[in-house]
Design a protein around this ligand. Structure first.
Ligand code: HEM
Length: 167
């Protein structure tokens, strides 16, 4: 499977894939995963993000009290797969179905803003090539808006890219 296939399959499962969001890659068909530098930089990004979540008064109560490390592993596996790397998330959890998986979590505009702020901190603190980092950032912004399920935006289940969530 190519990187874009992997991203497309994640997209059809309710996630908005980052591919194509920042124009053509200067390196032809290389996946976003390769352009980011592989699993290492993505793991570093997610580690930083969860250190922020642990200290965030809005976000921390939403996450499992005793399993922040499990949450960290799930997000890292998802991002590796989404960007075109090994299908780690499929092995761990199956179909991403991001919107469905977030429905049990009350995500209002403040939680989405806090999530994006913590991820913004993590992006700033992780040495990533600027183009691919920008693609990730734009993906996170679209997806966070799509996952709001408690007041604020009324997206009625429409993914930003038009893909049906949870299917
Ligand atoms: C909008 C604000 C968001 C909030 C408040 C939020 C919160 C959460 C919480 C509390 C969990 C459960 C933790 C766990 O045990 O895995 C979770 C899981 C997850 N989130 Fe988010 N999230 C947000 C946005 C996003 C975004 C933008 C992405 C896309 C990268 C994302 C990807 C995931 C993934 C892949 C999981 C694991 C799902 C699973 O396998 O069960 N989340 N999120």
């Amino acid at each position: 499977m190519t990187g874009s296939d992997a991203a497309a399959s994640a997209a059809s499962s309710g996630a908005a894939a980052p591919s194509g969001s920042a124009g053509p890659s200067p390196h032809g068909d290389d996946s976003l995963y390769e352009r980011l530098g592989g699993a290492g930089p993505l793991e570093a990004l997610v580690d930083h993000f969860y250190r922020g979540v642990a200290e965030d008064a809005t976000l921390r109560p939403l996450y499992p009290e005793d399993d922040l490390d499990g949450a960290r592993q799930r997000l890292a596996a998802f991002l590796v797969q989404l960007t075109g790397g090994p299908r780690r998330y499929a092995e761990l959890r199956g179909d991403p179905r991001l919107r469905m998986r977030h429905l049990a979590i009350p995500i209002g505009p403040a939680a989405a803003a806090a999530w994006l702020a913590r991820m913004g901190d993590a992006l700033a603190a992780t040495p990533l090539p600027p183009g691919p980092a920008g693609e990730l950032r734009s993906y996170f912004e679209r997806t966070a808006a799509f996952l709001v399920n408690d007041g604020g935006l009324s997206l009625r289940g429409e993914a930003p890219g038009g893909s049906a969530p949870g299917t």
